[in-house]
Design a protein. Structure first.
Lengths: 225, 225
DNA sequence: CCGGGCCTAGTACCCCGGTACCAGCGGCGG
DNA sequence: CCGCCGCTGGTACCGGGGTACTAGGCCCGG
């Protein structure tokens, strides 16, 4: 049984959601809120598995409410509902920590499907929003970065493509096992690469490699994950 | 009628896709390719609306093939299929210009739905991958008003003076012995401080502590020695 | 005066990281 | 065709790093 909290400032809209949701044997509504502040409080009290959150509300909007719910440490997952005409809010919503983004005029089956996906710990994004998400994602990750420090850049140049990838991974704080997993390599292979990188950039250990990566601009603040 | 090109190095897999797709009255297969080079060429010749692209293939892989198809200017949209979880290759795929990303063991309906979504000009990402994508997105694009810097800065405030000194030293790439010497401490003392710093800033090891130090501005590029 | 931070220091333990060395493979240029 | 290079993988070894726990001395505020 998946528990829900419905957040929307329009009573009629809430009614619609409740009708749809309660028609499903595996879904149940714990409560409703008509503003962001109540939503945050009720999420803390009721600990619903999924919060259906309208973005546009008077006072605290759905995005701010989402951030606070996520920050509060409650296990609730938030499924944000947008009307899609808002572009400036779109990215803020994506960053808010929500587990899903659907358009309010979606088919009922899509909404129900989205609720179950989110309840399972996965995420869902409406196709139209996904398009923009991918475009933005592509923009923000240029194929090759631009080193700012020329001198060190020469050392960067002597690295092979693979070694530069590994150095970037080191710069993100990943350990050898994590690097191996993300690149589908054996840990021993990663060690080999790391060793060569350290020798080439004249670093004693991966800590100094991180510093090197920052000084060359290979990685920048908030470039991690 | 939506036209398709199937790209996979496994004949049996292609057969499965073809069977599924041709069972749909609105979908038709224009051709098949078992490697990236052929895929690029056939996409140019046949101009399918959607390319079903396996990501892992000997020789030119699906990602490189996707990039070249997109770069070629053909109007084809690429739906990438993988058996694996989101990893570096997957991110590379998302950057490659693909319109969709699904796992190969998805339900047939999901695949068909994904094909139609992509054909409509929208994009689709498998729920399990979306979760990771959103996490990554959130990491990469900190909210303007409430950057992770602020959170981090608050963590900085909880550090004692000594701990902040030690963190700075870590950020300069010094090891425990060097820190001990410069501060006239025993190595064991340094370890104690380091351990508490790591706990307070929620870092796994000193490598992540370095990154933290850079992100908070505690240390800056070319600040060492 | 006594509790609580903070700094100091030690011991013991385990694991990850780094090194050394070796080896096979595929591509590419001489 | 051969050699070089880059990439991959493995084994073995050792030292540094991180954790857990303990503990004494210091200063400050209740």
């Amino acid at each position: 049984m998946t528990t829900l909290l419905i957040v929307d400032d329009h009573p009629l809209q809430r009614m619609g959601f409740r009708m749809l949701v309660e028609s499903q044997p595996d879904l149940t509504v714990l409560g409703e809120a008509d503003n962001g502040a109540d939503a945050v409080r009720m999420a803390g009290d009721l600990a619903p598995e999924v919060v259906l959150m309208d973005v546009r509300m008077p006072g605290m909007d759905g995005i701010e409410a989402t951030k606070r719910i996520i920050a509060s440490g409650v296990r609730s997952r938030v499924l944000v509902l947008t009307t899609f005409d808002l572009d400036e809010y779109a990215y803020a919503a994506l960053r808010s920590g929500a587990s899903g983004f659907l358009v309010k005029d979606a088919q009922p089956e899509e909404l129900l499907s989205g609720i179950r996906v989110v309840a399972d710990g996965d995420a869902v994004v409406a196709p139209k929003l996904t398009r923009r998400l991918l475009d933005r994602f592509a923009d923000q990750f240029p194929v090759e970065g631009e080193p700012s420090h020329r001198e060190a850049a020469e050392q960067l140049a002597v690295l092979t493509d693979r070694e530069r990838e590994v150095l970037t991974a080191i710069g993100r704080g990943w350990n050898n096992v994590e690097i191996a997993e993300r690149f589908h390599l054996a840990e021993s292979t990663v060690k080999t690469h790391v060793g060569r990188v350290l020798a080439k950039i004249d670093a004693r250990d991966r800590v100094q490699a991180v510093i090197f990566a920052y000084n060359t601009g290979l990685v920048s603040p908030d470039n991690h994950s």
